[in-house]
Unconditional design. Structure first.
Length: 315
């Protein structure tokens, strides 16, 4: 049986989706993030998400800790110097910059409100929503974003619904930035991706427009000391998971199944290597300039971006 509960604990106001083997903790007030996903492994609850200790930690350290689990919207990853042109007008994003570039959008730390929740014998779900009022001079376009988490027996789905409330079309990209961990270094895990190419990046991690061959992790391989901070082009339609992370010792694996709305996979290995960021992207970094995967939403049009995560014993 599935359940949805709201509770204040560990310095958070949480929404918890749960059944006998999974317990998902969502923090609406902190960007609607997935802060924990506890899974029954060998008779114990194990958290496979690297999150935050409490709301104070999130507010103080969200950026410094790598935007863990944050929603990336209305652009993903980097925007070159925070500048772009749209319909003949030049804009400059005012929110967070790393070096010369604006990164990770405008919505990563805003509060969301619970607008619906439900549980029955098949699933538990919650919808959290916020409206971006167009306050950043670099993106003066109002839109609403709803995050829909759905826990079922076979995995966790995240649907992101974006509604254009501006009176003209707007550019839009979407992504999500969770860090996954089995409690060991990623070096000790195995990895596989459904890709044979990646976007070439400049020294500023901005796409050059070229696509490079990438032949590593075509089959399951040891991750080892590989360092990644790259965007990979997925082979849609997928014949299996887009990505697999496997802990061969504990015999558990994570599978990622994005819909066609997420054609790119950004992989980042943080310096501590205790986790790995596996990010579904609807468009490339700097998409407001290079247009790779960029969506144009018409007034009152809604676009949905969807991905599913499955965690299970190695078969």
């Amino acid at each position: 049986m599935f359940s949805v509960t709201q509770q204040d604990s560990e310095g958070f106001s949480k929404v918890i989706l749960q059944n006998e083997t999974h317990k998902v903790e969502i923090i609406p007030n902190c960007g609607g993030i997935l802060n924990a996903w506890h899974v029954q492994m060998d008779g114990e609850w194990k958290n496979i998400i690297e999150g935050y200790e409490n709301e104070e930690d999130f507010r103080a350290n969200c950026e410094a800790k790598g935007f863990r689990s944050c929603k990336l919207s209305p652009y993903v990853c980097r925007l070159d110097k925070g500048l772009y042109s749209f319909n003949g007008v030049d804009y400059e994003i005012g929110k967070f910059k790393l070096g010369d570039n604006s990164i990770h959008g405008l919505m990563y730390d805003v509060p969301f409100e619970v607008v619906h929740q439900h549980a029955d014998e098949q699933l538990a779900t919650v919808q959290v929503e916020t409206c971006y009022p167009g306050t950043d001079p670099g993106f003066p376009f109002q839109y609403t974003i709803m995050l829909e988490y759905i826990l079922k027996a076979d995995g966790l789905t995240l649907n992101t619904h974006v509604l254009n409330q501006h009176d003209e079309e707007i550019p839009m990209a979407d992504g999500w930035h969770p860090y996954f961990t089995f409690g060991t270094l990623v070096d000790e895990c195995q990895f596989q991706m459904a890709t044979d190419s990646m976007l070439e990046f400049s020294d500023q991690l901005v796409p050059t427009g070229e696509v490079l061959v990438y032949d590593k992790f075509q089959t399951i391989e040891d991750f080892g000391d590989t360092f990644l901070d790259n965007s990979f082009v997925l082979q849609h339609p997928l014949s299996g998971p887009a990505c697999m992370l496997i802990d061969a010792q504990k015999k558990w694996q994570l599978e990622i199944w994005p819909a066609a709305s997420y054609p790119l996979l950004q992989i980042y290995t943080p310096p501590h290597r205790k986790s790995i960021a596996i990010e579904n992207l609807s468009a490339a970094p700097d998409a407001f300039n290079n247009m790779i995967g960029l969506v144009y939403l018409q007034p009152n049009e809604t676009k949905t971006f969807s991905t599913t995560y499955k965690i299970a014993p190695v078969s």
